[in-house]
Design a protein around this ligand. Structure first.
Ligand code: NI
Length: 273
C-alpha cells in the first residue's frame, strides 16, 4: 500500500460517515481550489496494544515519524501526540487517547469489556487505524459512557477510524483569512463548532483552527439503532515562527475545544464552560 492509497482509504471511510466533508470538498473544488490536508486525527483508548503509539506504528511503517511533543487535556483526561511525514505535502497524523486510569471504575469496566472482545493479535493488524469498530456494544453502555466522557462514547461507537480530516488553509488561494472561510461555510448552511469561539488559536500562537459540528449518522448497537454524532471537517491556517518556518505543532487549548465538535450536548450558541 502506498502512502496515497493509505490516505485514500482513510478519506473514503471518513466521507462515508461525514457527508458534509464531501460536500464542502466539492464546493471548494468548484471554486477552483486544490485541497491539501494539514492533518488527519484519530482517537483511541490508552489500553495496551491499541493505544496512540500502537496506531502510530502503522503510520511509521508508511514514512511518518513520531514527534517529541505530548499534549495533555486534563479536563477531558486525554493526551495526544503527532507524526510528520518525510514528504511535507503529506498530512500530519494527530492521535489522541483516553487515559483510562483517570476514569471511574464503571467506565474502565465497560471499556475493559470491549477490549476483551478483541483477538490477542488485534494490535498487530497492518490496518489497525482504520479497522472499524471491532467490538459489540449496547446502546445503554454507549449512553453510560457518554455521561462521563463523550470521547469514550465516540471511540466505543466508532472504533478505529479517522475522526476528522483538516484542510490546509495555507494551500487555499481564494480565502484571505479564516474569518472569510467561516462566513463562506455558514453562508452555505454548514454549522460550525462555536465552543471557544468559531476560530480557535491566533496568528501569534502560530495556528488558527475552525471545525464544523459533526454530522449525525445511524449506528447499530446490540439492542437498537441510534442516530449519533460521527465526524467533522476541520480547517487550519499556520503562521511562521520567529525562525521563519511555519509552526507545525498543535495548541492544546484549541484542540481541547475542537474535541467538542462531536459532543451533542454542545449545540450552536451553547457555552462550553
Ligand atoms: Ni484536528
Amino acid at each position: 500500500m502506498t502512502t496515497q492509497e493509505l490516505l485514500d482509504t482513510l478519506w473514503r471511510d471518513f466521507v462515508a460517515s461525514t457527508p458534509q466533508a464531501e460536500r464542502i470538498h466539492a464546493l471548494l473544488a468548484a471554486r477552483g481550489e486544490t485541497i491539501q490536508n494539514d492533518h488527519v486525527a484519530l482517537r483511541t483508548f490508552d489500553a495496551p496494544g491499541i493505544d496512540a503509539l500502537a496506531l502510530g506504528r502503522v503510520f511509521e511503517e508508511h514514512g511518518w515519524a513520531l514527534q517529541a511533543d505530548v499534549y495533555a487535556f486534563p479536563q477531558k483526561h486525554l493526551r495526544a501526540r503527532y507524526w510528520r511525514h518525510a514528504d511535507p505535502a503529506v498530512p500530519k497524523v494527530f492521535i489522541s487517547e483516553l487515559v483510562l486510569g483517570a476514569m471511574s471504575p464503571a467506565l474502565q469496566g465497560t471499556v475493559d469489556a470491549l477490549v476483551a472482545q478483541l483477538p490477542g493479535d488485534f494490535g498487530a493488524r497492518a490496518d489497525l487505524p482504520w479497522a472499524g469498530r471491532p467490538w459489540r456494544i449496547t446502546h445503554a453502555d454507549y449512553e453510560a459512557l457518554r455521561e462521563e466522557s463523550e470521547y469514550a462514547a465516540w471511540v466505543a461507537a466508532f472504533g478505529f477510524r479517522v475522526n476528522h480530516f483538516t484542510v490546509d488553509v495555507n494551500a487555499l488561494s481564494t480565502f484571505p483569512d479564516l474569518t472569510a472561510l467561516c462566513a463562506y461555510l455558514v453562508e452555505h448552511g454548514f454549522v460550525l463548532n462555536e465552543s471557544g469561539g468559531s476560530i480557535k488559536g491566533s496568528a501569534t500562537a502560530g495556528l488558527e483552527q475552525l471545525s464544523t459540528r459533526a454530522d449525525t449518522i445511524e449506528v447499530a448497537f446490540d439492542e437498537t439503532t441510534a442516530r449519533i454524532r460521527s465526524c467533522y471537517y476541520e480547517f487550519a491556517k499556520r503562521y511562521p515562527t520567529p525562525s521563519g518556518e511555519l509552526f507545525q505543532g498543535f495548541i492544546a487549548t484549541s484542540a481541547d475545544k475542537i474535541f467538542e465538535s462531536t459532543d451533542a450536548r454542545r449545540g450552536p450558541g451553547v457555552k462550553s464552560d
